[in-house]
Design a protein around this ligand. Structure first.
Ligand SMILES: Nc1ncnc2c1ncn2[C@@H]1O[C@H](COP(=O)(O)OP(=O)(O)OP(=O)(O)O)[C@@H](O)[C@H]1O
Length: 861
């Protein structure tokens, strides 16, 4: 055979020229050869031992012929040793599905031409007189076609004319590379999870308008590859083009309406009905309700689904998979990416699904890549790719793969490939001690990994393409779409509606929490038992009178003997002992009336108190009650002369607050903010974690929902929940618990809402950064206590030692709690620094968390 170089400059222009060293005298003759017919490439691949170039040689088998399409394709103006044609005109008459795979390989010598074939060609032609492959009087020869990257040094150094032709073709190239011929193109794709290399220089091409069956054992990297194709996973090396552009290219509809993605996970909302599910995806794809309805009716019938009002959570596993498939098929996408759609589906329906896929690709407009464990069902695919250990072992039409390996089933062919690969692998292993996989054996292997082939653009070209994207397209790509946000919000509301118990609990939880805090924190202790050792027996004694002024609800008096009282306080039964000497009345009278008294009179006229100080709040309360009782007692006994025994300190009317302000008043504003903040964190922290785990986040992303839209939709829908929570919370603290509010209610509401939004944003950060529920819960809880304690909510910030106090001051709730106290108790407005500072810090944290969450989510999807 006479090898011919085929340079594939891009998807649309090919150059053929004889390999110089194989036919040194050929150039002068070649332009007199007329191309007789096209042969369509196929499948078998053979590694060539071409010492000169180390390129892979492809031997193409005949699949179809089209004699009419090539006449007049030779361009006289072109360099004599090469000729050129454009695939766009060239293949118009042929089946589009074979376009990119089509390569000419058989030539017929023009009988009218004066050509003298080189001796090697003539000998080759003489040995091949196959009447079925060309006109009877023609001379045929079969050529091998060699793929050579356009950047190959061979062309730049050995063939200046071709270089010139290439430059000319560059200028004339009508369409971006790969756009016309392949739905998906993966080049040298690598992807690792930590140290685990899952995709290893993988090359794959899904022809436009065909079904590509991606087969391989569990764990070989199929799902990973599909995720890279749809763009939910980033590749560590290589290039991927999907419908002509890299995934997530500005202005490209991938992710978006053009792609229907069915992930391996079910990726369905359990609280949705079938109808809700399809309507949700219909909204995201911008279908009208009429269109969605029509497709829904078709899909329910086609996929043999139960009633559309059936809840997803009540469906069987197989039914759920079918709903998931329905969601992928809903918008009639140009590209279907299906990860094991037939698992758990009965054989009848499986064959129906395959039949449907075969039908939809017939138009040539829809391409499908499908993974399946049932290898034999993939015989219905136009092309199969057999994958193992992160690389393609073979790629081609199922029949050809089987034929090449003399197998009667795909499964056998696959087993053979695995065995061969293992043998090659073990040889490679002996050379590479780390055991890493060597180059892929797909039809593109054997080339320089850094070089692009088959017209896939090099990264710089991609970059320049990106740079040239119109800024309006870029802006449209970045700006959130209200349609998507609305669809996501409706989704959340529908889910809430389906879980009324949980919704009620969410609304009531803050009210319950604040009620418990106000009732249980900061009030005076009640029913504290105190032993009374009263050595005075007379009912008119001062001790009796004094004790009658002691607040009985707080301090319960138990009369005991001295010995018993001390025994029982040591046993922890009482919080204190109050003792009166037997001359208490007379000595106290003397202390009041005489200018100078002895120490004995001072002692005897004093009330002796022994306290258990292990509980400071109780001890302080007993002291306070004793002081109040004594003040009341002297007022009663001395009337206007009471000043003689009172402290010369007078507490005037408070500037802010009241004399009776308790600790609860201090705690309440901080507690309100804290509750709002942490409930929002709790509601949000798990949202993405669960959605990510169930594949919903990826699915929505592939459907065209951006990270920002997901964030905003979540923020808006949670705002609704927070608003109801805040209304109930304020009603409780202001009307029921009678907490004072001297300031603007509007400011109070705004500050609480902002704190709630900050909580949502913080929850979004946790949710986007963490993958599993347990870690997300731990993160939320782990931050709860330090923040609560450091924010001065339950104890004044002034008690926190420096430098911890600096940390306290930058936390989201420290200044905010102070601001809320200032508004509610001092009646201050935004003109006061202590108030606006609280708003400013809250807004600052809010913005920071939102940006952080968006960035993390963007980086991770
Ligand atoms: N998120 C991840 N983190 C770490 N390793 C992962 C992750 N996802 C997949 N892997 C690993 O990558 C390898 C390929 O996984 P992948 O899901 O792509 O395989 P698969 O071919 O789709 O398998 P199956 O047919 O069973 O679905 C497996 O070894 C898997 O354990």
């Amino acid at each position: 055979m006479l090898p011919v170089w085929l340079q594939v400059h891009d998807a649309h222009h090919y150059y053929l020229l004889p390999r110089p060293h194989a036919a040194p005298d050929a150039p002068a003759e070649w332009h007199r050869l007329r191309i007789a017919h096209i042969e369509f490439i196929t499948h078998s691949q053979e590694r060539a031992s071409n010492k000169d170039t180390q390129e892979i040689v492809q031997i193409f088998h005949t699949r179809r012929r089209d004699k009419s399409s090539l006449s007049g394709e030779m361009r006289p103006g072109f360099p004599s040793e090469s000729f050129r044609w454009s695939s766009s005109t060239f293949f118009n008459t042929s089946d589009k599905r074979h376009r990119m795979q089509s390569i000419i390989y058989r030539y017929v010598r023009d009988p009218a031409g004066p050509a003298v074939l080189p001796a090697a060609m003539a000998a080759e032609a003489a040995g091949r007189n196959d009447a079925t492959r060309g006109p009877a009087n023609s001379t045929e020869m079969e050529v091998r076609v060699l793929f050579i990257p356009s950047t190959s040094p061979f062309f730049s150094t050995s063939c200046p004319m071709l270089k010139e032709a290439k430059m000319k073709a560059d200028l004339e190239a009508p369409l971006p590379a790969g756009q016309e011929d392949f739905a998906i193109r993966c080049r040298d794709v690598c992807r690792s999870y930590g140290k685990l290399k899952v995709l290893n220089n993988l090359n794959l091409a899904v022809p436009q308008g065909q079904i590509y069956g991606l087969l391989g054992p569990s764990g070989c990297g199929k799902t990973t590859l599909l995720k890279c194709i749809v763009g939910t996973l980033k590749i560590s090396r290589g290039h991927i083009t999907v419908l002509g552009k890299p995934p997530a290219f500005p202005g490209h509809d991938i992710p978006g309406k053009k792609v229907g993605y069915m992930p391996q996970e079910l990726a369905l909302y359990n609280e949705f009905t079938i109808s809700d599910t399809l309507t949700f995806f219909g909204r995201i794809h911008g279908l009208t309700s009429k269109e969605t309805q029509a497709r829904m009716n078709f899909l329910i019938d086609f996929l043999d689904l139960p009633q559309k009002t059936s809840l997803v959570r009540n469906l069987s596993g197989g039914q759920r998979r079918r709903v998931s498939l329905g969601a992928a098929l809903l918008q009639n996408p140009e590209l279907l990416i299906l990860d094991e759609p037939t698992v758990g589906v009965d054989p009848v329906l499986r064959s129906k699904i395959w039949h449907h896929l075969v039908e939809i690709v017939k138009t040539g407009k829809v391409s499908v890549i499908i993974t399946t464990h049932y290898i034999e069902e993939a015989r219905q695919a136009n092309v199969v790719g057999l994958m193992r250990h992160g690389r393609l072992l073979a790629e081609g039409p199922p029949d050809a793969v089987m034929k090449q390996h003399c197998a009667t089933t795909l499964e056998h062919a696959f087993l053979q490939l695995c065995e061969t690969s293992d043998q090659v692998g073990s040889k490679c292993d002996s050379r590479s001690p780390d055991g890493t996989l060597e180059k892929s054996q797909s039809f593109e292997s054997g080339k320089d990994e850094s070089q692009p082939i088959l017209g896939v653009r090099s990264p710089p070209a991609e970059e320049s393409l990106k740079c040239s994207v119109d800024w309006k397209v870029r802006a449209r790509h970045v700006l959130p779409k209200w349609r998507n946000i609305a669809a996501l919000m409706i989704k959340t509301l529908v889910r809430m509606k389906r879980m009324p118990g949980s919704l009620c609990f969410q609304f009531l939880l803050p009210v319950i929490q604040i009620s418990l805090i106000c009732l249980c924190v900061g009030g005076d202790p009640k029913g504290i038992q105190v032993a009374i050792v009263n050595n005075e027996t007379s009912p008119s004694a001062f001790s009796q009178s004094f004790l009658s002024f002691l607040d009985n609800s707080s301090v319960q008096q138990v009369n005991l003997s001295h010995k018993e009282a001390f025994e029982r306080i040591y046993n922890g039964e009482y919080w204190g002992v109050i003792g009166f000497g037997k001359n208490f009345t007379s000595y106290l009278t003397k202390r009041m009336l005489q200018r100078q008294v002895s120490q004995e009179i001072i002692d005897g006229g004093s009330i002796h108190v022994w306290l258990d100080q292990t509980n400071r709040q109780i001890a302080l309360m007993v002291q306070k009650k004793l002081h109040q009782a004594f003040q009341a007692f002297v007022d009663y006994k001395l009337g206007g002369m009471a000043y003689m025994v009172a402290l010369p300190i007078k507490f005037e009317e408070p500037i802010y607050g009241s004399q009776n302000t308790d600790f609860t008043t201090f705690v309440t504003p901080g507690a309100v903010l804290s509750i709002t903040f942490y409930l929002a964190v709790g509601l949000t922290a798990l949202s993405f974690v669960l959605e990510r785990k169930e594949g919903l986040l990826d699915r929505c992303w592939v459907a065209g929902v951006s990270s920002l839209e997901t964030m905003l939709a979540h923020l808006f829908s949670q705002l609704f929940v927070i608003s109801v929570q805040i209304i109930l919370l304020l009603l409780m603290i202001l009307l029921v618990l009678k907490n004072p509010n001297e300031g603007s209610l509007v400011l109070v509401v705004i500050l609480i809402v902002l704190q709630g939004v900050t909580g949502i944003s913080f929850g979004l950060v946790i949710s986007s950064a963490i993958d599993d529920e347990q870690s997300a819960n731990q993160a939320a809880l782990g931050i709860f206590y330090p923040n609560l304690i450091l924010s001065g909510i339950i104890w004044p910030v002034e008690c926190i030692p420096y430098p911890l106090r600096y940390l306290s001051l930058v936390l989201p709730q420290t200044y905010a709690s102070e601001a809320l106290r200032c508004i509610m108790y001092r009646g201050w407005g935004l003109s006061r620094m202590m108030v606006w500072r609280g708003f400013a810090v809250t807004l600052g944290w809010n913005t920071f968390f939102l940006i952080l969450a968006t960035v993390i989510l963007k980086l991770r999807t």
